[in-house]
Design a protein around this ligand. Structure first.
Ligand SMILES: [Zn+2]
Length: 119
């Protein structure tokens, strides 16, 4: 299986930036490339990246004392048109070489700063 990291890329339906991430249970899912407040998220749409494994876990499945303040969300919750795309993870845009996931978080942080400047 091709486990190269994905790159952040705009959804072809809504142009919002998205990223494919590997699930701890296997498979890949398409997520918004931004974090959302966990307590504003719908059930079934609260995910987090485990730092050790760099894989995504469903927060509704983990029985931890407290959830992180922010979580990842599946893109198809806000963009139903992307649902069919989410079945074709082999088409996902990938990093050409082995750049780790920190790159994603740096990009997200940069976007946040840019948004603050713009706003
Ligand atoms: Zn979309």
């Amino acid at each position: 299986m091709d486990s190269r990291p994905s790159v952040v890329a705009p959804c072809r339906h809504c142009n919002i930036e998205t990223v494919w991430l590997q699930m701890a249970y296997g498979g890949w899912r398409l997520f918004d490339a931004e974090m959302h407040p966990t307590d504003e998220s719908a059930a079934g749409n609260r995910f987090a990246i485990r730092r050790l494994t760099r894989q995504v876990v469903d927060l509704d499945d983990v029985h931890e004392a407290r959830w992180p303040a922010k979580c990842l969300q599946l893109h198809r919750f806000r963009c139903p048109a992307s649902h069919d795309d989410s079945l074709f993870h082999h088409r996902r845009p990938r990093q050409a070489n082995d750049i780790d996931l920190e790159d994603l978080w740096h990009r997200l942080a940069e976007r946040k700063v840019a948004q603050r400047r713009a706003g």
